[in-house]
Design a protein around this ligand. Structure first.
Ligand code: BDR
Ligand code: CA
Length: 319
């Protein structure tokens, strides 16, 4: 099984990614770490604890992390997408346990050091905790299996500005540090995550399933309405964060993704937060770029949405 740390700003699609990682037979979820982003970090922590409990994974430690961007400055949230509670207004609970006594960045460093060469870090929120972990342990890139992140847009438009995706835009300085560090990165950006959709049919399957599935069906409602208005014209949800988990879990073929240089714009200008991927090699079949270490997903198998839904539906189903 793939050892994984999931770093999330638990909103709606993060909740699904947590369920998927917690239930996937090929994933050993070592910890979840939380970060500001979709909502304030204490809310992200609370949602993460609750979602893990729903899938019977109260054993997975949850470590709380950064409350705002690494360089300071205001934290901006995404209540319009994820609801004020980060769960589409449908958070129904108090978690039954507390977060771990260690901070997220230190938790990441400790776990990676304990399992050298084995851990995939899967960030699906702003990259503040990951940059903080790098600051604590600059040797981290040589110790991980890789970083599989949801963030950025290589060829697709942005979703916060014309060119910037939310997770990168929220903390572009942190993202720049993460993309600069010499580890293997798999980037699941809007190029792929806007194409993998949870549909009405998926939601009906979840709504008829066990407690976790029903919870997910409820929190997805508002999120799908947001995407109806802003993107698809019909109720549907971009799966986003689960794609990064699936890539690390080996559930997606990442071999076809070009390995290219990616730089994050921190100019403060109109390009701020853009992931500038050097895809000029498209005309030559992407020849090797010296020193490049980021696999940019441009196409993935859409059946991953069905698989993720079925994994969650199967949980709690009578055997
Ligand atoms: C990303 O931003 C957040 O709103 C989602 O959870 C996802 O991680 C998509 O741009
Ligand atoms: Ca997220």
């Amino acid at each position: 099984a793939v050892k994984m740390i999931l770093d999330c700003d638990t909103g709606v699609d993060d909740a699904m990614a947590i369920m998927y990682a917690a239930l996937h037979p090929d994933v050993e979820l070592l910890a979840a770490t939380t970060v500001w982003g979709n909502v304030e970090v204490p809310l992200a922590t609370r949602n993460t604890l609750r979602v893990l409990d729903l899938v019977g994974r109260g054993d997975v430690p949850v470590a709380e992390g950064a409350a705002g961007p690494i360089a300071g400055g205001p934290a901006e949230y995404a209540y319009d997408v994820h609801g004020r509670d980060g769960q589409g207004g449908a958070a129904d609970h108090e978690p039954v346990r507390a977060a771990a006594p260690v901070g997220a960045a230190q938790q990441i460093v400790d776990l990676v050091r304990a399992h050298p060469g084995e851990v995939w870090i899967v960030p699906v929120g702003p990259l503040t905790n990951i940059a903080a972990a790098l600051a604590i342990a600059p040797e981290l890139p040589g110790l991980v299996a890789g970083v599989s992140l949801m963030g950025g847009a290589a060829l697709a438009p942005g979703n916060v500005t014309p060119v910037a995706e939310a997770n990168i835009w929220h903390d572009a300085e942190a993202a720049a540090a993460v993309f600069r560090a010499p580890w293997r990165i798999v980037m699941a950006g809007l190029d792929v995550t806007m194409k993998i959709l949870i549909t009405e049919e998926h939601r009906a399957r979840l709504a008829a399933a066990g407690e976790a599935g029903r919870y997910l069906a409820r929190i997805l409602e508002h999120y799908g309405e947001f995407y109806r208005e802003r993107a698809f014209g019909t109720w549907a949800c971009a799966m986003h964060d689960t794609v990064a988990v699936a890539a690390a879990a080996g559930a997606l073929d990442v071999r076809l993704a070009p390995v290219v240089h990616v730089e994050v714009d921190t100019s403060g200008g109109p390009g701020h937060g853009q992931t500038i991927a050097d895809l000029r090699g498209v005309y030559r079949g992407y020849p090797e770029q010296a020193g490049a270490h980021c696999s940019v997903l441009l196409d993935v198998d859409g059946r991953i949405a069905d698989e993720a839904v079925e994994l969650i539906v199967a949980h709690g189903a009578p055997r």
